[in-house]
Design a protein around this ligand. Structure first.
Ligand code: XMP
Length: 517
């Protein structure tokens, strides 16, 4: 396995993704991981990530004793500067940032071996840095440079220390994947044994060992993570798992029915379906502030779940669909101080008062690995590749006060939109649902005038929102074909009595957010 030390770059997670794609297990830890912990981890190699800081005058230093562990080390961007700094070289503050595409002239070297297919000369890379290495540490050779960056690659092959100024983890660096593979598979000789079937066997064995003969309860939301967790745990312990599915009345059309069909009927999982719409609606009556709505829905969800879980007398474990990015986010808060714009409550973020032990079998997996696992466990592709759906559901897609009447209208409009997105494809045959990262309808409780047949209408407005994003932190509005938008609009206005106007949201994030509340 490979250890990645995170100095806070925006793209550190991508390094881990690339390593895992080479079927090598890796973990990401904060840059200041204690030496003892590094030794205990026993890595076959260490990768030092990029980061936004400067090596001089910052406290962002890893324990330099890691260079003496005898394992290969690859420093990327800031990681290389840190390496140079600690091994006796020098780093100079750049007065100019180099950002974007660059061509690195390189020779065949230990690190780049096999990359060129005989076509010696260059790598097309993606750069993002201000500082640069100005003096090599002892024993190092320069094996790559650009016009503005004299040390783009530096190596000390006898120690197996390598530094690269560009980012191999982003796809803009064409041979980036090959370069990381060269480091991980050849230089570190890490075993490519991280595959889904292996993972399932291991995970199943581990769950059985952890849980023994005890009972497990899981909050099923219908989302990807909790669904895959349920399928995996069910594979391991069968009827010892009971899922509680809390329907707050703010789910998509027929969601409850679909979840019950898939889990209870098809997979044979024990699922308790709680229809709590009345409770939620009465708690939300008269409330129009978005944050307050979120808090009410979150608190009520926990209350209902707790009540139901308490009825399962023997439950000793609470299972959750926590995935690796959630783990990294809470652990790495030191280097990444993300600003809380909205209070994102996760359905499943349940209290300690339940007195249950936590079972989190997806803690090591990235989102696309979770999806792969879901497919391997026999969940339908359509469910595993679903767009994300927020915990508070339609509660944050009905602007202002939530009413059952609004939710019913919105559900139907939303379903038409999604159906049409699934049905229409681009020139390559990919559906617009798959081409967008998230799409939904939003209910605007304002009325506008329309004309239908011979009559005047005075009805509500629905906004369509579709975005393309890789991380949901920033997003572009999706450039859906006009014909598709036209079809959706026609169908909603004709089929959903009570809505007579459909608009399309063309705001990016930032400055807008993806959800309207
Ligand atoms: P925003 O609106 O902040 O959304 O751009 C980014 C992503 O987060 C989802 N989201 C939520 N998820 N509880 C959740 O579980 C919430 O309260 C919540 N608010 C937004 C949103 O759907 C998008 O994918």
């Amino acid at each position: 396995k490979i250890l990645i030390l995170d100095f806070g770059s925006q793209v550190t997670q991508l390094i881990a993704r690339r390593v895992r794609e080479a079927h090598v297990y890796c973990e990401l830890h904060p840059y200041d991981m204690p030496l003892e912990a590094i030794k205990a981890f026993n890595p076959k190699g260490i990768i030092l990530s990029g980061g936004p800081n400067s090596v001089y005058g910052s406290e962002y230093h890893a324990d330099p004793a890691l260079f003496e562990l005898g394992v290969p080390v690859l420093g990327i961007c800031y990681g290389m500067q840190f390496m140079a700094h600690h091994l006796g070289g020098a780093v100079e503050a750049g007065n100019q940032r180099e950002f974007g595409y660059a061509r690195v002239q390189t020779a065949d070297s230990d690190l780049t071996r096999g990359l060129f297919d005989g076509e010696a000369g260059g790598l097309d890379v993606w750069m993002s840095h201000g500082d640069k290495v100005s003096k090599l540490p002892e024993g190092f050779a320069i094996t790559g440079k650009t016009d503005s960056c004299p040390v783009a690659i530096m190596e000390r092959a006898d120690k197996r220390w390598y530094g690269i100024q560009f980012h191999p983890e982003v796809t803009h660096t064409k041979q980036g994947r090959a370069l990381l593979n060269r480091f991980v598979l050849d230089i570190c000789a890490a075993q490519p044994s991280w595959t889904m079937p292996n993972y399932i066997d291991e995970a199943v064995a581990k769950i059985r060992e952890q849980v023994g003969g005890e009972q497990v309860v899981l909050g099923l939301s219908g989302g990807v993570d909790s669904s895959v967790a349920a399928a995996l745990i069910h594979r391991a312990i069968g009827d010892q798992l009971t899922c509680v599915f809390v329907d707050h009345g703010l789910l998509r059309l027929n969601e409850g029915k679909k979840v019950m069909e898939m889990f209870a009927r098809n997979l044979g999982v024990n699922v308790v379906h709680i229809d709590a719409a009345d409770d939620f609606m009465s708690k939300l009556a008269g409330v129009s502030d978005p944050e307050q709505k979120r808090k009410i829905i979150g608190a009520e969800f926990v209350a209902v779940f707790q009540r139901e879980a308490a009825k399962l007398h023997n439950a000793k474990w609470l299972a959750q669909g926590t995935i690796y990015p959630d783990v990294i986010e809470s652990a790495g808060a030191k280097t990444n101080k993300a600003h809380a714009i909205k209070s994102h409550h996760n359905v499943g973020g349940l209290p300690e008062t339940l007195n249950l032990k936590l079972l989190e079998p997806l803690r090591d997996l990235f989102k696309d690995e979770v999806r792969e696992l879901g497919v391997a466990l026999g969940l339908p592709r359509e469910m595993v590749y679903r767009h994300p759906f927020p915990g508070p559901g339609l509660g944050v897609r009905i602007l202002g006060e939530v009413k059952r009447e609004y939710a019913d209208l919105l559900r139907r409009a939303d379903d038409i939109f999604i159906e049409e997105l699934r049905r229409s494809t681009d020139d390559n045959g990919t559906s617009w649902y798959d081409l967008t990262s998230q799409a939904f309808a939003v209910f605007l409780p304002v009325k506008s005038v329309g004309v239908m047949g011979d009559g005047r209408t005075y009805d509500y407005v629905v906004a369509l929102r579709a975005v393309v994003t890789s991380d949901f932190m920033t997003a572009h509005w999706a450039e859906l074909p006009y014909a598709l938008l036209g079809r959706v609009s026609n169908r909603i206005i004709n089929e959903v009595r009570g809505i007579n106007r459909v608009v399309y949201d063309v705001s990016g994030k930032p400055p807008a957010t993806i959800e309207w509340e």
